[in-house]
Ligand binder design. Structure first.
Ligand SMILES: N=CN[C@@H](CCC(=O)O)C(=O)O
Ligand SMILES: [Zn+2]
Length: 415
């Protein structure tokens, strides 16, 4: 089995001797670390790590790849728990419309937005969707991402939703990153059901969910619970139907308005509630009584010029927080996590340590990967970032737009 030793790491971050499933509240300000460290990998697994002074167990240096990380930091690879990376076409025309004054909702009302992507996706082959999503993953890996959640939701017919999820399944088999897939048939009401929304919910419940489950294509079920998209009652129905087939809820909620969707998600024991740009004290109180992870998507706020999730209030209340890209062609055409860290620090007033916790261990929890990803622990996957030489980890969010990642290692292999 291939063995790799990374030695003289300036600082090894997010180390764990006792497994934790997530980090909350004040604990998010700390990233457990070892200065002047080593880390050993066998195959695709972390087998040992510690201070360089403890490195005396290596007797056989043959067949051992050695990486000298002098002056560099090592971290777990980022876990991006919310993306829509399977899509057919970018939507830069809508971007220009928004510059000229139209809102995201006005563009959607004209047949743009999600319905525009659904039209394009139906015309695109499974092979082409696979190739373009794979290119996006390669770009994300270059900025340090090692695990990605992938949603459907641009199909909106039985066949096209299955097509998207089959692409996700193939990505799971062929991409170097860990992938979790989510069925998001309830992303928008398709044009052909404009006057028959109950008919579309019936289609989701009676046909799409059983077909997705039959092929084992999704671990999670999602819905866009929002004014102009799906109501709380429709959310109840879709999440209950998914749960019958073992799909765990993860919902888009409180992006543009607060209609009580956070409480609906919690009622269904959602793994995560995502977006949360519009939320108040009641939502924080409700989350405190739950196991549901709040997920903020700051590059969506940046791109659409909408409010940022009140991340500071969420953490100060003692909650955990995950941050994800939301990579999609409409509201966030970017999968760049270092830029997210800058936004989290600059716009949401998180410290660099809090922001990094939000995209490592908490990101892993948000996609059910906390046992294998998101921290440096013996037995976890060797999914790692080696930074360029730097004095302080705060350089990553501080020097926004610069390239800070020297190498990404996934499953023990340099990418
Ligand atoms: N808000 C809903 N869905 C996506 C955007 C989808 C699109 O515009 O294509 C989001 O999370 O921002
Ligand atoms: Zn989304």
């Amino acid at each position: 089995m291939k063995k790799t030793l990374i030695k003289h790491i300036k600082t090894l971050y997010q180390v764990e001797s006792e497994p934790r499933e997530k980090v909350a509240g004040k604990d998010m300000a700390t990233l457990p670390l070892i200065e002047d460290a080593y880390l050993a990998i066998e195959g695709d697994t972390i087998v040992d790590f510690g201070p360089m002074t403890d490195l005396h167990g290596v007797t056989n240096w043959n067949d051992l790849d050695v990486i000298d990380a002098d002056g560099k930091m090592v971290l777990p690879a980022w876990c991006d728990s919310h993306t829509h990376i399977v899509f057919a076409k970018t939507r830069e025309g809508e971007f220009v419309d928004r510059i000229k004054g139209l809102s995201y909702q006005e563009i959607a009302a004209k047949g743009g937005g999600i319905l525009n992507s659904a039209k394009r996706l139906r015309e695109t082959s499974e092979e082409d969707l696979f190739q373009s999503a794979m290119q996006r993953i390669k770009e994300m890996v270059r900025t340090g991402t090692g695990a990605i959640e992938v949603k459907s939701g641009y199909g909106l017919t039985v066949e096209s939703e299955l097509k998207m999820l089959r692409v996700a399944k193939r990505l799971k088999e062929e991409a170097p990153v860990a992938i979790k897939s989510t069925f998001l048939g309830a992303h928008a009401i398709p044009a052909e059901y404009k006057d028959n929304r109950k008919g579309y919910i019936d289609l989701i419940v009676n046909e799409m969910i059983p077909a997705v489950a039959d092929e084992g294509l999704a671990e999670y079920i999602d819905i866009f619970c929002e004014q102009g998209y799906f109501t709380n009652e429709e959310t109840d129905r879709v999440l209950e139907a998914g749960a019958k087939y073992g799909m765990i809820p993860k919902i888009h909620v409180n992006q543009f308005s607060n209609t009580g969707g956070v409480q609906t998600g919690i009622k269904h024991n959602a793994r995560t509630v995502d977006h949360l740009e519009e939320m108040g004290k009641e939502e924080i109180e409700a989350l405190l009584k739950s196991n549901t992870m709040p997920v903020s998507l700051p590059s969506c706020s940046f791109f659409l010029s909408i409010p940022y999730t009140p991340a500071r209030e969420i953490i100060d209340a003692g909650l955990p927080l995950a941050i994800a890209t939301d990579y999609n062609p409409g509201s966030t055409p970017s999968g760049n996590i270092p830029f997210l860290l800058s936004l989290a620090c600059i716009k949401q007033k998180l410290t660099p340590e809090e922001a990094i916790n939000a995209v490592t261990l908490n990101g892993a929890y948000a996609m059910g990967l906390e046992k294998t990803h998101g921290s440096i622990a013996v037995g976890k996957k060797a999914n790692l970032i080696i930074t360029k030489e730097m004095d302080d980890i705060a350089l990553i969010p501080y020097a926004f737009g610069s390239e800070h990642i020297d190498q990404t290692i996934l499953n023990g292999q340099i990418q």
